[in-house]
Design a protein around this ligand. Sequence first.
Ligand code: ATP
Ligand code: MG
Length: 578
Amino acid sequence: MSKKDASKRPSNFIRNIIIQDIKSNKWGGKVITRFPPEPNGYLHIGHAKSIVMNFGFAEEFNGRCHLRFDDTNPTKEEQEYVEAIMEDVRWLGYDWGEHLYFASDYFDQFYEYAEKLIKMGKAFVCDLSPEEIKKYRGTLTEPGKESPYRNRSIEENLDLFRRMRKGEFKDGERTLRAKIDMASGNLNMRDPVIYRIMHVPHHRTGDKWCIYPMYDFAHCLSDSIEHITHSLCSLEFEDHRPLYDWFLDTLQVEWHPQQIEFARLNLTYTVLSKRKLVQLVEEGAVDGWDDPRMPTLSGMRRRGFPPAAIRDFCERIGVAKKESVVDVALLEHCVRDVLNKTAPRVMGVLNPLKVVIENYPEGKEEELEAINNPEDPSYGTRMIPFSREIYIEKTDFMEDPPKKFYRLAPGREVRLRYAYFITCKDVIKDENGEIVELRCTYDPETRGGNAPDGRRVRGTIHWVSAPHAFEAEVRLYDRLFDHPYPDRAKEEGKTFKDYLNPNSLEIIKGCKLEPSLRDAEPGKVYQFERLGYFCADSKDSRPGHPVFNRTITLRDTWAKIEKKFKEQEQKRRKENKE
Ligand code: ATP
Ligand code: MG
């Protein structure tokens, strides 16, 4: 689905709210959304869901989507993350135009709003320590206890807050808290902290501030300042909505956006929490944030996942109000779906076995025509060299084949893709009994892969010409976790790292690839015929020496799941009719 092809988009509850709001002219017909990442890590596929939704609605309804960095916690945030996040959003295909914002740009405004709350008698400076605040807070079944500092005078509060700002107190010594209701059934409403002291420089504001606003205070105000209409966030913020509204109502802001919650994306065989991902990076379980096994957008890019596939995936999973876990096979299906149409076909042999074609003249070479993409004739054809010595895949030969093995075996004839029929005449082994070479003959009449006498062969195998092929490293990536629900580790008495797949990376050196791949552009994805999709690595490839990452195999488990589902549906419908 193209990005702008909105008519085919399935309806969902948020879209319906937006359509209603446009009809009733609630926001003057405007749709302004935002994607608000905290720059404390790299974006993952869960963020993509939020990006596709926010930018998607803006596009669909001729509105706009802001990119806003929620940079209110200087201890965890870095400029490196800001840049990586911008790159990832752009790569996904979205453009925020001039609407790039930072919550830290509003620090002065937030401060003014905080003083306003104090002057209204709606906020107070509290001297309780963080531990005491927690203790006073109560639980879901027990009401909280009011802070002994709750009834300070407005003058004292203002004075103390201004001195907090000036740096007169140490970290944790005082906080500014909203004065709401310590008996509220909603813990978020029990006099939440809105400012804390942190003598930490900020990546944008430097040493200007030593007090920083809390997320709940900064987020609603940022939305209001930017005139956001629909503030979409994940379900865990549902309990924060009363607070979101309380700040905006109490401060009587002129623009009060609507917060709407949706279920975040969970994926099988995957963890999608920055806290966990950062752990994998820091402990060296993966080779950085952009390791091709990571569920980060930078990892997926390096792996060769096309952005169109990720957008398509996000559209297909839709938007719901209930948490669920999406089968990662669906994402993989979307990747194959795009690559099948766009990836040029080439030939490469991962585990080479040498074949000498005895009746092919020594020193002779020829070029054979190969189709670049059977799905799309506009990709044209290319010429591939053929000669007396070739490599085939070790697994395409068996000395003693079982019944259903249709590839090469002693005395058996197969087709070399785009080339000739060959017949295996002899097997050569080394002193350990290991097969090192096959002696074959070819039928010159079968050039291009068809016999004029109409005789058929059951197997077609890929190959490369030995003197023309070049050697390369290929990395076979598999799922990072071998457990469908690594997030459930705790319930099973384990940690999510216990579920790391020990075979998620296999490095093969000495693969033989067809010569056209020598100049593969880093980041470009090819289909190695019969093997899968492979992407020229953008980090480790050198000019003339590409390294390839397996993006994904050809086997589509989702297609099977879907087929089964459809068959069951059909059966059900038929039974209902009868
Ligand atoms: P994490 O849990 O991975 O640390 P986060 O929610 O803390 O993620 P933010 O940078 O605050 O990360 O997220 C930016 C936006 O992306 C938020 O609006 C958040 O709701 C959304 N988001 C984060 N994770 C997911 C997810 N798995 N599915 C959908 N949206 C998500
Ligand atoms: Mg967050």
